[in-house]
Write a protein that binds this ligand. Structure first.
Ligand code: NI
Length: 144
């Protein structure tokens, strides 16, 4: 069994702000990430898959198929966007990297069978580096 990880990058901006909380509570909670005009990140997303090596191809995952799905479900949706204002999933959900990770993992899971109809490969986890020091990881079997 192999684990194959593919790395992607996109730039996007966001503001951490909860509408139900006061300005002061938001500032206390999120500090400079609550700046009204937002700020950007160069997100690095790693998608890990798991599967046996295919006898015919010698590979555990067709990375071209994975790239195509990630382009459609992640990069096209988030690249150069303001996550709060331009991405429907974050209309009422704070675009923290935790929530971004959940959204990416959920959307890859939802489209997985279309791209990989066989038993393998499976989606194992999604990892997001918001900065080199802030890394967020979610396992596909931990979300519904
Ligand atoms: Ni931020």
């Amino acid at each position: 069994m192999f684990r194959v990880t593919r790395r992607y990058e996109f730039a996007a901006s966001h503001r951490l702000h909860v509408a139900q909380l006061s300005e002061e509570e938001n500032r206390r909670l999120y500090g400079k990430c609550n700046n009204p005009y937002g700020h950007g990140h160069n997100y690095v997303v790693e998608v890990s898959t798991r599967g046996p090596v295919d006898r015919a191809t010698g590979r555990a995952v067709d990375t071209a198929l994975l790239d195509e799905m990630v382009a459609r479900q992640v990069l096209d949706r988030f690249e150069h966007r303001n996550l709060n204002a331009e991405v429907e999933a974050f209309e009422r959900v704070v675009p923290t990297s935790e929530n971004l990770g959940v959204e990416i993992c959920r959307s890859l899971k939802a489209h997985w069978k279309q791209t990989f109809p066989g038993e393998w490969p499976k989606l194992e986890k999604v990892r997001i580096a918001e900065t080199p020091r802030n890394i967020f990881e979610i396992r596909a079997d931990e979300i519904e």
